[in-house]
Structures are given as structure tokens and as C-alpha cells.
Design a binder for this molecule. Structure first.
Ligand SMILES: Cc1cc2nc3c(=O)[nH]c(=O)nc-3n(C[C@H](O)[C@H](O)[C@H](O)COP(=O)(O)OP(=O)(O)OC[C@H]3O[C@@H](n4cnc5c(N)ncnc54)[C@H](O)[C@@H]3O)c2cc1C
Length: 461
């Protein structure tokens, strides 16, 4: 019989993957999840048949091990293959994204095209001459797209979504996430740009993961926020907000790294607490909206960088999976994404205030706010770990301290490591953490440190 008794904080992709990996090795963990549902940021809340995917989760990976887990959890008929079609709404035009060279030259008028081309050539030349190891997002963007196209497509969007001046953000995530302009074979590429999606949204996969872990003996407690993480005599005790405690030989934590440091007892040294205090997040409010009228929007999602609306991106759920809406629904089903911080006015807005903001945005976008039939508001407080210049050094201080003083406390996942991860990265860091728990020489902190664009060399089901 196993004498191991690991505790897991969080039942998102990282926590559930850790649970599955432990169960596979004959160990039954206990999981504590703060919210009332599994899936974390990739959950899919459902009300009367309306499902809301908080972020529009594409499933893609370069990892065979991740793909094996996805395949094992949901049979092939529960996945849909979705052609990616996205656009940026600029000056009333839907400009295809990833950006296509020949469309940039003509779609916004020949003058704008010529200006874009000139500033691209100049931006590239300047970038080559001045490149620095740690460049801001603004420098990176101008070097990659030139001042004109950077200004049209990225400056406003990054300001709206990251809530920061692009010159204050580092660019280390940009190469991974933003695809360069395509000058050749754009249509061939678009035809191949397909991703996977569970029929009922990403939460379907994570609900299946929770069921599989429970079948293997894992015990999951929902509505169980962990308030304190106490080290004692080589073991660990976690204390929930309601005062209940549980003890074990290791803790796998996907709670935000900053919160973990705050919850640690005995308290870490001041410099570690200062490093944790420097880590910040952006929040996201996703409003699922059912409109009685159908809108022919030939995209999965549309970026809305302009200042005339507060919404930053619009998901067109019907194009992700028709099963995100109730059967026989013929109207539109959209997800409006609002980026904020937990100190921001949007975060403080009541449901009624949020509804008014949404209705105004729909009106400005010409989408007949009068026909709103249903609205569902989903708030995610820790949606994005912020990448400011302090992040890397702060994370390193905490990581090195935990490695040295608490090797059996294992941070993992997106907020757990304060890293801009997708689901597959969160899973890989959880898998690495479990492997390390069993004495294997892997470094979960090494996941997702490859700065190349992430969607090349993808594996398909
Ligand atoms: C807008 C948006 C779009 C995205 N698009 C994609 C995409 O297209 N493809 C993709 O693969 N990924 C995408 N992602 C990323 C994906 O959602 C994350 O990588 C993934 O959910 C991270 O998993 P995680 O388990 O590390 O963290 P989370 O999903 O954040 O889960 C952590 C869990 O821990 C719980 N928790 C926190 N604190 C405590 C506590 N004190 N006690 C107990 N429980 C606690 C939380 O409630 C949560 O359930 C997107 C994310 C966002 C925000």
C-alpha cells in the first residue's frame, strides 16, 4: 500500500492532470477547489443549455503525452474540428487575422497599404540595427509590423487587453502568441488552420478528467478554498477557509503563486514576500449573450481594438460548437470579453451595470441590443499573469526559495508558476511535478520557455 498522501490545490487543468498522473501511479490524492466547478479558466458554466467558454479555448499541442490524455478522456465523437477564422475590426472593416500581406495592401485603401509597407520596411531595418535582449512589446511590434500596422492592429488592442502601456510590457510572450504577416499561401494556410474543441466546451474535458480521477480513488472537494499552507515536521497541512485541515506528504499547488507565498506558514523571508507582492494579474469578464436575431459573422472570434467600445474580443460560439447553445437555437450566441483588473471599475460593476455596458457596445457594433434574450456573466479574477519587467526576477526569487526550503511543495500551472501558459503547458508542468515527486530528474519550470511561435508543428488527433 502506498504511504504517499499528496494534496492538490485547484481542480483546473494542472490540478486534474496531477490527480490523473498520481492515480496512474497508484497514489490517491485529495484535491481542494475554491470554486463550485472544475476546469479553472477552462471551465464551461452552463445555464438552461447555454454554455459559456470564458476565453474561447482552442485545443492544440506539440506534446504527444498531452494528446494521449485528451484522447483517453473523450472519445473521438465528442470532439469537433474547427477551422480558425478570426478578424480584427478596424475602421469598420473586418481584417483577417493572422494578418495577410495582400489584404493589408488593399483592404483599408491603397494609401493605407502603401504607408504600411513603407513603415514596415523602415521598422524592420531599425529593429535589426537596434535590437536589444530585453525589448518592450512596443519595440517588438514596430520591428515586426512597422509603425502603421502596429498602431492599427496591436497598440490599441494590447492597451485594452493588457491595461498597460505597450512600452511597459516585455515582449517575451509576443513571439509565441502573435503570428507574423503571411505573404505567401495565405489561403492554403487558412485551410489547414484547424483546431480541436470538445462539443460541450473545454469544461467537458475537465469534467471527464475529474470523473476519471475520482474513479481512480482521488477525492475532490469543491467550494474549498485553501487559506493556509503549513509546513511541519517534513509534511504539510493545508487549512481551508472554513477551518478544516488536511495533512499530507506533498502539496501540488495551482493557486496563484503570489497567494501561495502569502498562505505559507511559517512565513517566508521578507524578500520572498516582496517578490510575490510584485506579481500581478489581469481579470476577465466574459458575458455570454444570446441575440434573437442571427448575425452572419463568418469568424470564430473578432478583436475589437478601437476605443469606441469597451469590449476587447467577441467569441462567436455558434462557430465553435453548435452544442454551446440549446438545441434548435437559430439566433446568435456570442461571448463578449472585457479585460480588467480586480481593482478596476469593470470588476466592481454589478450585473445590471455590466448588462448596460454590453448593450451599449452591441448597439455601437450594430448588433441590435434590443434583441438580447439572455445574458450570463462569468468573472475570472486571475485570468492573465502580467508580464511586466519585474516578473522574471520575482518568479526566480520565489522558485529558488521553494526549491531550497520546500522541495515537497510543488507549484504548477499558469498562475501556479505565474507563466502565460495554455492548457497543454499547465498539464505538462503538472506531469513534470508528479514525475519529480517520484524521483525523476525533470524540471517543471522549464515548460513553455521555448520562445518560438507555438502553433507550428502541432499534433492532430
Ligand atoms: C481568455 C483566455 C483564453 C484562453 N485560450 C486558450 C486556448 O485557446 N487554448 C489553451 O490551451 N488555453 C487557453 N487559455 C489558457 C488556459 O485557460 C489555462 O492555461 C489553463 O486553464 C491553466 O490551468 P491551471 O490549472 O494552471 O490554472 P486555472 O485554470 O487557473 O485553475 C486553477 C484552479 O485553482 C483554483 N484555486 C485558486 N486558488 C485556490 C485556493 N486558494 N484554494 C483552492 N483552489 C484554488 C481555481 O479556482 C481554479 O479552478 C486561455 C485562457 C484565457 C484566460
Amino acid at each position: 500500500m502506498s504511504t504517499r498522501s499528496p494534496l492538490i490545490i485547484g481542480a483546473g487543468p494542472a490540478g486534474l492532470t496531477a490527480a490523473l498522473e498520481l492515480v496512474k501511479r497508484g497514489v490517491t490524492p485529495r484535491l481542494y477547489e475554491a470554486s463550485g466547478e472544475v476546469g479553472g479558466l477552462a471551465r464551461t458554466p452552463c445555464l438552461h443549455g447555454w454554455r459559456v467558454d470564458a476565453g474561447g479555448h482552442r485545443f492544440f499541442t506539440r506534446s504527444e503525452a498531452v494528446l494521449d490524455i485528451w484522447r483517453s478522456l473523450l472519445p473521438a465523437d465528442q470532439w469537433v474540428a474547427v477551422a480558425r477564422r478570426s478578424a480584427m475590426l478596424v475602421d469598420g472593416h473586418h481584417v483577417r487575422y493572422p494578418l495577410v500581406g495582400r489584404e493589408l495592401l488593399t483592404q483599408l485603401g491603397l494609401r493605407s497599404g502603401a504607408r504600411g509597407l513603407g513603415s514596415l520596411a523602415w521598422g524592420r531595418l531599425r529593429h535589426r540595427m537596434r535590437r536589444t535582449a530585453r525589448e518592450s512589446f512596443e519595440d517588438w511590434g514596430i520591428g515586426e509590423f512597422g509603425t502603421h500596422w502596429y498602431g492599427l492592429f496591436f497598440e490599441g488592442y494590447v492597451r485594452k487587453t493588457w491595461l498597460a502601456d505597450p512600452s511597459d510590457l516585455t515582449s517575451d510572450w509576443a513571439n509565441q502568441r502573435i503570428r507574423p504577416i503571411r505573404w505567401r499561401d495565405a489561403d492554403g494556410f487558412a485551410a489547414r488552420d484547424v483546431f480541436l474543441y470538445p462539443r460541450l466546451g473545454p469544461g467537458q474535458l475537465w469534467e471527464a478528467a475529474a470523473a476519471a480521477a475520482a474513479d481512480g480513488g482521488a477525492v475532490l472537494s469543491l467550494r474549498s478554498p485553501v487559506a493556509a499552507v503549513r509546513s511541519s515536521g517534513g509534511g504539510w497541512t493545508v487549512e481551508l477557509e472554513n477551518g478544516q485541515t488536511a495533512s499530507g506528504d506533498a502539496v501540488f499547488s495551482s493557486m496563484p503563486l503570489r497567494m501561495l507565498v502569502d498562505a505559507l506558514e511559517p512565513a517566508p523571508p521578507q524578500r520572498v514576500r516582496d517578490a510575490a507582492a510584485a506579481l500581478t494579474h489581469r481579470a476577465l469578464i466574459t458575458v455570454g449573450v444570446a441575440l434573437g436575431q442571427r448575425h452572419e459573422l463568418p469568424y470564430n472570434w473578432v478583436y475589437t481594438p478601437g476605443p469606441e467600445v469597451r469590449v476587447g474580443r467577441i467569441q462567436n460560439y455558434t462557430r465553435w460548437s453548435t452544442e454551446l447553445s440549446p438545441p434548435h437555437w437559430h439566433g446568435a450566441h456570442l461571448g463578449l470579453e472585457y479585460f480588467t483588473t480586480s481593482g478596476g471599475d469593470l470588476w466592481a460593476a454589478s450585473d445590471d451595470e455590466m448588462a448596460r455596458i454590453v448593450e451599449r457596445d452591441l448597439r455601437v457594433l450594430g448588433m441590435g441590443a434590443g434583441t438580447v434574450e439572455r445574458m450570463m456573466i462569468v468573472r475570472s479574477q486571475f485570468a492573465y499573469p502580467v508580464y511586466d519587467p519585474a516578473r522574471e526576477a520575482s518568479v526566480a526569487v520565489i522558485r529558488d526559495y521553494l526549491r531550497r526550503e520546500h522541495p515537497s511543495l510543488r507549484p504548477m500551472g499558469r498562475n501556479g508558476m505565474h507563466h502565460y501558459d495554455n492548457q497543454d503547458h499547465a498539464m505538462l508542468s503538472a506531469m513534470g511535478s508528479v514525475a519529480r515527486y517520484f524521483g525523476e530528474d525533470v524540471d517543471p519550470w522549464g515548460v513553455n520557455t521555448d520562445l518560438r511561435y507555438q502553433e507550428s508543428g502541432l499534433l492532430r488527433m
